[in-house]
Ligand binder design. Sequence first.
Ligand code: UGA
Length: 440
Amino acid sequence: MKIAVAGAGYVGLVTGVVFADLGNEVICVDIDPARVDAINKGQSPIYEPGLDELLTRNLEEGRLSATTDLAHAVRESEVIFICVGTPPSETGEPDLRYVDEAAATIGRALNGYKIIVNKSTVPVGTGDRVRRIIEQHRTEPHDFDVVSNPEFLREGSAVHDTLNPDRIVIGADNPRAAMKIVELYAPLERPMLITNLATAEVIKYASNTFLALKISFINAIADLCERTGADVVQVAKAMGYDQRIGHAFLQAGLGFGGSCFPKDVLAFARTVQRYNLDPTLFEQILVINDARPVQFINRIRERLGGLQGRTIGLLGLSFKPNTDDIREARSLEVIRLLLTEGAVVKAYDPVAMPRVQAIYPQVHYCRNAYEVAENADALALITEWNEFRQLNFERIKSLMREPNLFDGRNLYDPQRMRKMGFYYYGVGRAADNGGFGTLL
Ligand code: UGA
């Protein structure tokens, strides 16, 4: 199939590369010429495991190319994916400017029947809006269909998720268009759901909001655990064995960041409000999440008796492991709070340091976790990168001014750390179980 992908960001680039790898002819389009050049040279503009290799292979085999010319890509293709950004506007509702611009260009370039598939995260009703814009801009009465095909990939495992999605949602008001997209995804052999446009659009926001709800829920439970001597990790584990609840997304800690959850939950609350429904449940997810870094810093301040002039070392800066993305990363808020209170901040992250350095040049960036620990009054784990799992904690302890460990992701075993002589704080794990409650 001949495919154009408008927007070569996370979703667009990975989608384009994977469709090319399945044997389709794909043209990736982006407004940024530097990004287009990089793609054409086989250099992925984003850090994503497995992407470079797929990109190079499909460029070499001539199934993939990139351009800034959307109109050209539209004329050459049967299916056009819209994967442009939908950043939050001042009201919290997504700014649909880039979707609108893409739709207008598609309308002007229409030279035969096309299927326009929206993959950008957009509020319910946007499919109809795209249809109207294309109708307004087409110069000849060529037929077209609009489909909603929300994306569920996660950063850090985007290629794997695109090849192995839990489900594929295809929202279309015309079965002919839906079947064409079914055909495109058929090689993946994954469950597919065909719905109308509005349903597919709601599925995307409802899914992200529910995952964010699970995280805020367990963080609210963590607060109760801290005050009562319960251990949230064991609570979550036991809850998760109930198949109706499940283990995923019940890790208490500093809360969620990234380019999706914070913005999508807010957008969903605004949509609900727009339809005169009560957004309180959804807004509360964000209230709980926003309080996490403040609470974490409170614990460090209490332990050290103040933060002025104290040295705090941070392990991990990206919003989650295996990505250099720092959008809405908890580290940024932690750094801001620490600097405001006069602390000296040291940090190490395997890939995200240059991005954080551009925002906070005053932080001391280190080459590894041990350098961060040197002369630190407290060490705080912010992002659970694998390389932090098996650190030499004897060495860490000997390097620190005071052996205070604050675990923002509940990565370490509290008993082991306490036995080694650390003061250990884990979120919702204030309990000292005295050997009981071990997870087997
Ligand atoms: C999320 C969804 O998981 C994807 O399905 C969706 O496609 C994507 O948003 C999107 O809409 O584009 P992503 O933002 O890449 O993916 O990251 P997640 O792995 O979901 O993690 C989000 C945040 O939640 C991270 O900051 C992570 O540290 C935090 N988290 C996750 C927790 O605090 N606790 C958990 O138990 C799980």
